[in-house]
Design a protein around this ligand. Structure first.
Ligand code: SAM
Length: 282
């Protein structure tokens, strides 16, 4: 008998992975959590039936969410990660000796504890002395903060369930205030390809664009997310990720990465025409 994990990418499209073992199934206060093992993608976990992280392509997502802002301003010292319970974003941040403080605010402690058990590949650096974990709603956490962080990374689920507030205007307003005068906000920005994801992408972009001096979108290739074509938002009070990026400085750090490099940095902001049109529409 064969066991397959199947995710509906749209009402008419499904994506399936053959499963070796269903390692865990449970429900937290916030969401359904499942961990699987598979031949093709190694271990992976889903929240409410949606792929979050797997051993095979997590490097793409975590390289791009961290190294693009860090190469734009290598002087970043204080970082806030919202969501990111698997620990992959924190793992990449801890590779920078200059970073002094990493606060991670994850609503669901269960995601962190299970990732520590099943996905040490991403969760291995959560005990770095610079890291503080807060098990709270990221929306409430940023409310009232002022000039506290050089970089905020929103490593969130989709805008349904607990992640919904992380796509709201009030949340982006609070992130703006919580950032220093040269602060950068990077957020999980959905996908331009299928209609539902594209709608969320446009909604997020229209809100962020009104607030920040610089508001751009960059892309990466994520095999296990719907369509494989995924985006992050890059917003900043000061830095343009192309004109101001310190790419030579970043290369001198000598960090070995599997997806990110400084050519990808530049290329990822070059968007297909249909995506540019969508972003201009909003
Ligand atoms: N790479 C993933 C993706 O895009 O599918 C996201 C990774 S991470 C697992 C997302 C995390 O965001 C989840 O663990 C979830 O519990 C957390 N999260 C959702 N809403 C949140 C909120 N309001 N505050 C803090 N964390 C939240």
């Amino acid at each position: 008998m064969e066991l397959w994990y199947t995710e509906e990418h749209t009402d008419n499209v499904r994506f399936s992975i053959k499963v070796k073992e269903h390692l865990y199934h449970g429900e937290s206060e916030f969401q359904k959590i499942d961990f699987f093992d598979s031949q093709e993608f190694g271990k992976f976990f889903t929240l409410d039936g949606l792929m979050m992280v797997n051993e095979k392509d997590e490097f793409v997502y975590h390289d791009m969410i961290v190294h693009v802002p860090m190469a734009t301003n290598p002087d970043i010292k204080n970082v806030l990660v919202i969501g990111g319970g698997d620990g992959g974003t924190v793992r990449e941040l801890t590779r920078y000796p200059n970073v002094e403080k990493i606060d991670m605010v994850e609503i669901d402690e269960k995601v962190v504890r299970l990732s520590e058990e099943y996905l040490p590949i991403t969760a291995s650096k959560l005990n770095d002395p610079r890291v503080s974990l807060y098990f709270e709603d990221g929306v409430a956490f940023v409310d009232g903060l002022e000039s506290a962080y050089d970089l905020i990374i929103v490593d969130s689920t989709d805008p349904i369930g607990p992640g919904e507030g992380l796509f709201s205007k009030a949340f982006y307003d609070n992130c703006y205030r919580a950032l220093t005068e040269d602060g950068i906000l990077v957020n999980q920005h959905e996908s331009p390809y299928y209609e539902r994801d594209a709608r969320e992408m446009k909604r997020a972009h229209s809100k962020i664009k009104k607030l920040f001096n610089v508001s751009k979108v960059y892309q990466f290739h994520m095999p296990t997310y719907p369509s494989g074509h995924w985006l992050f938002g890059f917003a900043s009070k000061k830095y343009d990720p192309l004109k101001d990026a310190k790419l030579d400085e970043w290369n001198k750090l000598g960090l070995k990465t599997k997806y990110y490099n400084t050519e990808i940095h530049k290329g990822s902001f070059a968007l297909p025409s249909f995506v540019r049109d969508m972003l201009e529409e909003v």
